[in-house]
Design a protein around this ligand. Structure first.
Ligand code: ZN
Ligand code: ZN
Length: 350
């Protein structure tokens, strides 16, 4: 008789449930089995819940941002042993293919094994981690799960957005979408020394939150001001040097494109469900770079160093913590933004 566990399973659009499923087993010598101690609900999970990412197949266990304790390792895993506390990258990486050798782990040809998407995820008691040696990162002594929880996804995604933006010291950076990913982009944009980080969102409370935590210097609400106009007014008529789209919807996409200066960079990390129109007839002459992509998650060790050194602290994003057994309620809190929910964290059931 095989052992069982609890897991939150996608059965089709608007149909997820906490089920009893078989506990995962080592399948390849490079696998590890991790007991999930802390996981999150991500914006991408909302897209999956509503059927917006049809490549996710019914029966898939959801969740891709987590920390845990190594339970068991395959025979080829050399860096970890049972009992190690780890933060885990949301994209798995073989380290041998064309893309992995170039640091583009998100494009790994060995399956694009993204947790809770192409393979079973972490909103469960246990998860199987392929290529454990490269995807897992030891949590330093003295740091909690919550300290490093976001390195596996949203903090790496925010960093990737800032990195693609090629920010220069003294720049004005505008981040469209002040959700958790947007706030991670603001916090990491600081690493390049911009003069001004501008948060853009229709929710004033989120703008205030980003400023209060030191991630943004100021906020703009598109329902109250003409954002491209306001950014031009701040930059001698030019527009933002870098815009980061962190939402995945038409208004933020257009805002990011319309607010960047000539020669600037639009960096897109939002997850889109629908095609977008780019007015090439107006844009071609402006020498704008539009960059986009799925997180490479290739800077997790450096992000952990920055957290350990007190240079980055995204813990204030955690507004709600629930046990895995209440995962359905946790999704509702997250989606309804109940009590100003920003990031909802799931803890292992005692
Ligand atoms: Zn995510
Ligand atoms: Zn690879």
């Amino acid at each position: 008789m095989s052992e069982t566990m609890k897991a939150y399973v996608y059965h089709g659009p608007e149909n997820m449930s906490l089920d009893i499923v078989p506990k995962p087993k080592i399948q390849e010598p490079t696998d590890a089995i991790v007991k999930v101690t802390t996981s999150t609900i991500c914006g991408t999970d909302k897209h999956i819940r509503h059927g917006g990412l049809p490549e996710v197949e019914p029966g898939r266990i959801i969740g891709h941002e987590f920390c845990g304790v190594v339970e068991e390792v395959g025979s080829a895993v050399t860096k970890f042993k049972p009992g190690d506390r780890v933060a885990v990258s949301c994209v798995t990486q073989c380290m041998e293919c064309y893309y992995c050798r170039r640091g583009m782990y998100s494009q790994c040809v060995d399956g694009s094994w993204i947790f809770g998407y192409m393979i079973d995820g972490c909103q469960a008691d246990y998860v199987r981690v392929p290529y454990a040696d490269s995807g897992m990162h030891l949590i330093p002594e003295g740091l909690t799960d919550e300290d490093v929880l976001f390195v596996g996804d949203i903090l790496s995604t925010g960093y990737y957005g800032a990195e693609m933006g090629r920010i220069q010291p003294g720049d004005t950076v505008a981040v469209f979408g002040s959700g958790p990913v947007g706030m991670c982009a603001m916090a990491t944009a600081r690493l390049w020394g911009p003069a001004n980080i501008v948060a853009v969102d229709i929710d004033d409370s989120r703008l205030d939150f980003a400023i209060r935590n030191g991630w943004a210097d100021m906020g703009l609400n598109p329902n109250k001001v003409d954002v491209p106009e306001a950014l031009r007014a701040m930059t001698e008529g030019r527009g933002a040097d870098v815009t980061i789209e962190a939402n995945g919807f038409e208004p933020t996409f257009q805002g990011a494109i319309n607010s960047v200066r000539s020669g600037g960079t639009v960096s897109i990390i939002g997850v889109f469900e629908t095609p977008q129109t780019v007015e090439m007839n107006k844009l071609w002459i402006k020498n704008i770079t539009i960059a986009m992509g799925l997180v490479n998650a290739n800077r997790i060790p450096e992000l952990i160093n920055l957290i350990k050194a007190g240079k980055i602290n995204m813990k204030p994003l955690i507004t709600h913590t629930l046990p895995l057994s209440k995962v359905a309620e946790a999704y509702d809190i997250f989606e309804e933004r109940r009590d100003n929910a920003i990031k909802v964290v799931l803890k292992a059931d005692a």
